[in-house]
Design a protein around this ligand. Structure first.
Ligand code: HEC
Ligand code: HEC
Length: 465
């Protein structure tokens, strides 16, 4: 057995260096832009995201095909008896990967797989999930298991004597995510940005920035077209360049960013084109109408209006007023936002970056029925729980399948603590423990003003957005 080091980000303001930053490795780039001139920007954007590797590969097909051998029993034995296709399906399920829509190749939506079989992560790893069991690019990937995938790939590589990559090593020091479907993505950005000058050349900084690791639930991309500013605290104005931050790994230099900006105009167009899925269950029209009235009275001032005359005020709500988990707000410092402001991403200070946001921005609620779990940290499993703050579970785990039509969201089991029988960290990540750092499900108590009937009506109305 190979020892696996797992560092949990609980209660620590830790100062880890993203060790991977200092390791050399080789990137690979495949130009497809030449062959796509005739496609329109939206299609090109999707194609670039799924076919062009902007990140160095994390592993290859041969490693992925062997990963089941490090699974716990009884899964391993089941995989051993399964056909190659079934085994692949099991691996997709374990790690929260999906197929691509209208694509029989079997390639995952979440990774670019090049001709040599190298897998490079793409934006859909976090931003491409499924809705009612069907893959839906732009839906948050509420199943992604980046930590488990990385740990098991690392074990597999060590078993096969293959070299480790930056991801395998960096992830020992940088927590990737502690629950299924959420990631420490914001801190990846902080760690990577800290080692760059404004023009994205590497800086000579030696000390790592202070970091407060915490997990977030990726927002749905179908609201991108409604927003002037991005992220839960709305600090960064929208545009093509902000979309490129995720690629700031050591291998990618300023020249790469400049040459890829044209690609990302297409990615921007693709994101702008996305819209939410329509609710597919039955609706009680009378209740919907009543819910609309309540919503427009109690919620619209922050969340906007929907339908023919839709409007979105993009309101920032102070932390004191919203009362949801504060860690994300504290973790991104004004120093970080300031260096973002001065950088190429914000056109060297020309874009208006908010370096000291007061709290969180109320998100648009289009397609909200389809984007459980709720709040920026993904702490609330259904809309019913969001509307009933006192009933929110302390610890919950979701069923692999199913949609709770009554409560609108995940089908869950709830607990007062993570069961004692849970031993491995991979298993522990199936439990969302709201008592942990950055995982609180408190706040947004405005809903307390509503009567039970009003909540019922609003819940029905929310399904129609
Ligand atoms: C490891 C997971 C992960 C990957 C990979 C990732 N993102 Fe994100 N993304 C997030 C999280 C988490 C947030 C929320 C951050 C916040 O609000 O502070 C986010 C926020 C965003 C937003 C803001 C959306 C909004 O409504 O405010 C955009 C746009 C976005 N990402 C685009 C991208 C693009 C483009 C890529 C690929 C180049 C990408 N992301 C890769 C996790 C990820
Ligand atoms: C004072 C402003 C304000 C009012 C009023 C308000 N909200 Fe919110 N709401 C927010 C903010 C800010 C967030 C983001 C909180 C977070 O993620 O930490 C939010 C989050 C949500 C979410 C979760 C969104 C997601 O993508 O996870 C839902 C659903 C929601 N609100 C519904 C409602 C409903 C229904 C009402 C009326 C009964 C309402 N809100 C009233 C500010 C408000």
């Amino acid at each position: 057995m190979t020892p696996v080091i797992v560092i949990e980000p609980m209660f620590v303001r830790s100062i880890y260096m993203f060790l991977g930053l200092f390791l050399a490795s080789s990137g690979s780039t495949l130009a497809i832009a030449e062959t796509t001139e005739s496609r329109d920007a939206v299609e090109t954007g999707y194609l670039l995201l799924t076919e062009k590797p902007y990140m160095p590969p994390d592993f290859n097909q041969a490693t992925f095909d062997e990963v089941w051998r490090v699974w716990p029993e009884p899964l391993r034995s089941r995989a051993e008896r399964a056909s190659k296709d079934e085994r692949r399906q099991m691996a997709f399920q374990r790690y929260g990967l999906t197929r691509r829509p209208e694509d029989d190749s079997g390639a995952p939506l979440q990774y670019v797989v090049d001709e040599a079989g190298n897998w490079s992560m793409n934006c859909f790893a976090c931003h491409g999930g499924s809705v009612l069991g069907t893959e839906y690019p732009g839906a948050p990937n509420s199943d992604f298991e980046l930590t488990t995938l990385t740990e098991e790939v690392r074990k597999t590589k060590l078993r096969l004597g293959k070299p480790l990559t930056r991801m395998d090593v960096g992830s020992i020091l940088m927590p990737l995510g502690t629950t299924r479907g959420t990631t420490n993505a914001v801190m990846f950005g902080v760690a990577l940005m800290a080692y760059r000058n404004p023009d994205l050349t590497r800086s000579n900084r030696r000390l790592p920035p202070p970091m407060t690791h915490h997990d977030m639930d990726a927002p749905p991309w179908w609201n991108f077209h409604r927003k002037k500013n991005l992220y839960i605290d709305g600090f960064a104005p929208s545009g093509a360049r902000p979309l490129m931050q995720f690629m700031l790994v050591e291998e990618n230099g300023p020249e790469d960013f400049q040459s890829w900006e044209a690609d990302y105009q297409n990615v921007y167009a693709y994101l702008m084109s996305l819209r939410p899925p329509k609710y597919q269950g039955s609706l009680d029209d009378r209740l919907v109408a009543a819910g609309r009235t309540v919503f427009e009275r109690s919620c619209a001032e922050c969340h906007g209006t929907y339908g023919a005359e839709a409007s979105y005020p993009e309101v920032m709500v102070s932390l004191a007023e919203i009362g949801t988990d504060p860690v994300r707000h504290e973790a991104l410092t004004s120093e970080h936002r300031g260096s973002y402001h001065r950088s190429w991403f914000a056109h060297y200070g020309k874009k208006e970056v908010i370096t000291d946001p007061d709290g969180y921005v109320a998100p648009p609620l289009d397609g909200i029925w389809a984007s459980a779990p709720y709040f920026h940290n993904g702490s609330v499993p259904t809309l019913w729980h969001l509307l009933h703050p006192d009933e929110r579970p302390v610890v919950w785990s979701r069923h692999a399948e199913g949609f709770d039509e009554d409560r609108v969201g995940f089908v869950i089991d709830q607990f007062s603590a993570v069961p004692k029988s849970v031993k491995s960290s991979a298993e522990r990540r199936q439990y969302f423990d709201t008592r942990r750092h950055g995982k609180s499900a408190m706040g947004h108590d405005f809903v307390d003003q509503l009567t039970a009937d009003e909540k019922k009506a609003v819940l029905e109305y929310l399904k129609t957005l």
